[in-house]
Design a protein around this ligand. Sequence first.
Ligand SMILES: CC(C)(COP(=O)(O)OP(=O)(O)OC[C@H]1O[C@@H](n2cnc3c(N)ncnc32)[C@H](O)[C@@H]1OP(=O)(O)O)[C@@H](O)C(=O)NCCC(=O)NCCS
Length: 227
Amino acid sequence: MHMVPVNTFPPSVILYGGTGQAKIARPIIEQYGARVVAVFDDTPGLPSPFPGTPIYPGAELPNWLAQQGGAEIGFSVTIGNPHGRARLAIHDRLKGLGLVPVSFAHPTAFIDESAVIGEGAQISAGAIVLAEARLGRCCIINTKASVDHEDVLEDGAEVAPGATLCGLVRLGQAAWVCAGATVLPRLTIGADAIVGAGAVVTRDIPDGATAVGVPARPITKSERNPK
Ligand SMILES: CC(C)(COP(=O)(O)OP(=O)(O)OC[C@H]1O[C@@H](n2cnc3c(N)ncnc32)[C@H](O)[C@@H]1OP(=O)(O)O)[C@@H](O)C(=O)NCCC(=O)NCCS
């Protein structure tokens, strides 16, 4: 993990992912004087989330980039969880094409100066990131979520709206703590694990598990929606 500048943007930025997270990102990015010039998304037929801003399939990106005359273009992969792994993979691909990763935080978010924010962070309105917290790459801290002192979020982790991580919590890669859940101090949520909305986590959650309820208990695949 290394500290990256937050809210420093090239004049033009693209978003990869054209639904809800894009709607969160654009006003923040544009508030700081940059412009979202295009959106990319691999969902066939998805309309642009912003009237007047073109949307293209991801395969068009190299061609589109070739037409930009070598200008520095920023990017954010605005794909929320449970797609943390995809967010990371696309982030690396875009970086490899020469695009510049940006990290953004809404002006109402509080980020302690000792917190370490990784590349590609997305921090929404009212979110809180306290002392010595460390965020890896491509983490999302959503609306009014709180990440307390000394928490460690590995790459691709997401804390959903209103969720609370107490101090010294660790989230593994691409772990997802859903809306309004609470994780008690010093616990570990494993890689790719999901903590359901409203859960209270009182024990470590293993890699890949989905845990729901108060206190949170893992549910099996057969209990989960087959969709
Ligand atoms: C945890 C979660 C991801 C599981 O989704 P899923 O795998 O599709 O699970 P299902 O909906 O099939 O539910 C499986 C069982 O768990 C229960 N369950 C699911 N989520 C639950 C929750 N948060 N709390 C309590 N029970 C829950 C269901 O009622 C169901 O039980 P049943 O079989 O007795 O009816 C989902 O329910 C959830 O909490 N999503 C929150 C999303 C969110 O916060 N989004 C923020 C976007 S910014």
